[in-house]
Design a protein around this ligand. Structure first.
Ligand code: ZN
Length: 660
């Protein structure tokens, strides 16, 4: 029983879908070279756009105070950030990287401490997002302290080294994505925040979104995120070169501090450490909870992640709810007015935009790319086109297409169009044949048979590959590998087709997905899934109800059929008590009043911290039996039966082949 308990708890929490692009020590795989048609496509891109883009390169380098070097390590001594790992990104685009993406990779490689304007600095390239420092009367106001405690601490120490010792006088979280708050404990401890009453400002809904946003889908999202962010890819010209928004994500310890000041009005003026701020709430576009702000005294505007030097995601490929393109564009229209008078626009990814006219034109492009995609997708939807047909047909107008700041380095036009379709019409395209089609793996067996067997289909796939028709080659390869995952020649050909598609992609999530697919075809599944241990500081602030909701989704409904079990979970430190009961193969939970008597089969009493230690897999069976913090009343057998009904997925599912 205790083993099951430990094991179940180790997986019930899952993780937030933190993007986990760690430093890979793998030797580079034997990737294919770029084909003639891939090279021709790169040449066409280079011809179509001004990729030298001297204005962007000047902006990305403007105000550089110092560039860091070396590595950032975690408490165990593992490297979680290596400033030299992208040193290969310089000079002309290699023929295994889309020329336009190479430009973005070069721009994101401008790493260091930068002066944005008087009293405003940014640390860029210390993690996926930027950390911004604003001089207040008594110290620095930190905006968005990166993803990991380790990189945030390193960045702050680097700033102090070059700007002088300063205390942290306030923290602003612009939104609820972990790359913008996870490192907060690296710049300010909970004790210090409490002792000095340091204001922590966040948009309404921040805490709940930040701690629970992806808890239910954690395992699926983490697995998919490892593809999207190229976690397993070597950093090389045939592997990971960039992540669109920045180079990579630091795979360190993530935490959170609860906000003390919530921005819940559309516009809210506040003085923070003597600096006048005007905050603007902008929820439900890029993130469920998000704010932007102006600094009137500095003639500066902070666009958070509503704006960036790329087309952003209306749907993020790691898996997420789709975002509202029209709302996003409406916010940017508002932002044009709010930023009026600003001489610099700085955001939480990428380099700033200086000059009123540049800001206006940059924001106009951002506003219009989302609105254009929205309106034209809806137009074609009403003409009866399906999502894939619209994605194939839609082209940005030249006036937008020539602005590289709206190119799809992170979101892409094609997958954003599908997101808009999904937002309004959902998954069904109204084709009756798509109402109840055979599952893909079943259909694959029949397609392969119809093609005259695997060898005949492989021959057709090889011809498509030789012709540079990689999308069709990959489609045929998908059927082959859904029919027979061990077909070695099909695996190799599919890996090669994915590589050419990856080399051609302008968007980093596409490149990383293709190249990760190729990588796994050659190297197999990862040995272990993402560990939630790195999220412990954050999980401490997550409501227990979210864990219990997550636990309910692990119920093996078939095994639970006809069973009725009632378990009380009693947290000895907080006094919180929950009744968990099975009914109709659903695991329900509700809070119990402190003295409420309830019929039960068993009661498990433990501290919240011990519960979390089990959740992250640190407390095992032995400690469960021997710890003074745990006691079991009632039927141990029933408690064991209860936990035996919960799945223990390991998050290592197959993606590019049939799973079994
Ligand atoms: Zn971000």
């Amino acid at each position: 029983m205790t083993y099951r308990l430990r094991h179940v708890c180790a997986v019930l929490c899952a993780c937030l879908a933190l993007s986990v692009a760690g430093c890979s020590n793998d030797t580079p795989p034997s990737n294919s070279a770029a084909s003639a048609s891939t090279k021709a496509q790169h040449a066409a891109v280079a011809e179509a756009y001004d990729l030298r883009d001297s204005a962007s390169f000047a902006a990305a380098q403007q105000g550089l105070i110092a560039a860091p070097s070396g590595q950032v390590r975690n408490a165990d001594g593992d490297v979680i950030w290596d400033f030299a790992s992208f040193a290969f990104i310089h000079g002309a685009a290699p023929d295994t990287v889309n020329s336009s993406l190479w430009r973005q990779a070069l721009l994101n490689n401008q790493v260091g401490l930068f002066k944005v304007s008087e009293g405003i600095w940014q640390l860029r390239g210390f993690d996926l997002a930027n950390m911004t420092l604003i001089a207040g009367d008594t110290g620095w106001i930190v905006v968005d302290p990166l993803t990991s405690r380790e990189t945030a601490a390193f960045a702050l120490a680097f700033a102090r080294q070059h700007l002088g010792e300063q205390a942290i006088s306030a923290v602003v979280f612009t939104h609820s994505h972990v790359d913008h708050f996870g490192g907060v404990l690296g710049v300010l401890s909970a004790e210090e925040a409490q002792a000095r009453q340091v204001p922590i400002i966040a948009p309404a809904g921040f805490m709940d979104e930040a701690t629970s946003e992806n808890l239910l889908m954690g395992l699926a999202m983490a697995r998919r995120a490892s593809y999207m962010y190229g976690q397993r890819l070597p950093r090389s010209s045939t592997g990971l070169v960039d992540n669109g928004l920045g180079k990579a994500v630091a795979f360190g310890q993530a935490g959170i501090l609860p906000p003390t000041l919530i921005i819940d009005q559309p516009t809210q003026a506040l003085s923070i450490d003597g600096v006048p701020f005007i905050f603007h709430s902008m929820p439900g576009a890029e993130a469920p909870a998000e704010l932007t702000f102006s600094l009137p005294q500095h003639k500066a505007f902070a666009g958070a992640e509503l704006v960036s030097q790329t087309l952003h995601n209306l749907y993020t490929l790691r898996g997420a709810k789709v975002r509202d393109a029209k709302q996003w564009s409406n916010y940017l229209q508002t932002l044009l007015t709010q930023a009026d008078g600003a001489e610099v626009l700085f955001n939480q990814h990428h380099w700033p935009v200086w000059g009123a006219e540049n800001i206006r034109s940059f924001l106009t492009g951002q506003r219009d790319v989302y609105r254009f995609l929205h309106d034209q997708t809806v137009r074609w939807m009403n003409a009866g086109l399906h999502a894939d047909e619209i994605a194939e047909r839609i082209r940005l107008p030249a006036s937008l297409d020539q602005q590289l700041s709206v190119h799809g380095y992170y979101g892409t036009v094609k997958h954003n169009v599908k997101a808009i379709y999904q937002f309004y019409l959902g998954w069904f395209d109204a084709q009756p044949a798509n109402l109840d089609p055979l599952p893909q793996a079943d259909a694959a067996l029949r397609y392969v048979a119809l093609a005259g067997g695997a060898e005949a289909m492989l021959k057709a796939a090889q011809k498509a590959y030789d012709d540079g028709d990689y999308r069709w080659a990959a489609e045929l390869g998908k059927h082959l590998l859904y029919a027979d995952r061990d077909h070695q020649a099909a695996r190799e050909l599919q890996a090669k087709a994915f590589e050419q598609l990856g080399y051609q992609a302008e968007g980093t999530p596409w490149r990383n997905f293709y190249l990760s697919g190729a990588y796994e075809l050659r190297h197999g599944l990862p040995e272990q899934a993402f560990s939630p241990a790195m999220m412990l500081d954050m999980l401490r602030h997550t409501d227990t109800e979210h864990f219990l909701d997550s636990m309910a989704t692990r119920l093996d409904a078939q095994a639970a059929e006809g069973k009725s079990l009632r378990i009380v979970l009693d947290f000895t430190d907080s006094g919180a008590r929950y009744l968990l009961w099975l009914e109709n193969s659903v695991l329900h939970h509700r809070t119990l009043a402190a003295a409420e008597a309830v019929e039960r089969d068993a009661q498990l009493s433990l501290s919240k911290d011990f519960f979390l230690q089990m959740v992250i897999g640190k407390a095992g069976a032995a400690s469960l039996l021997t710890s003074d913090e745990v006691s079991i009343d009632g039927s141990v057998l029933k408690l064991g039966e209860f936990f035996s009904l919960l799945d223990k997925p390991d998050g290592r599912f197959a993606i590019v082949t049939r799973s079994e």
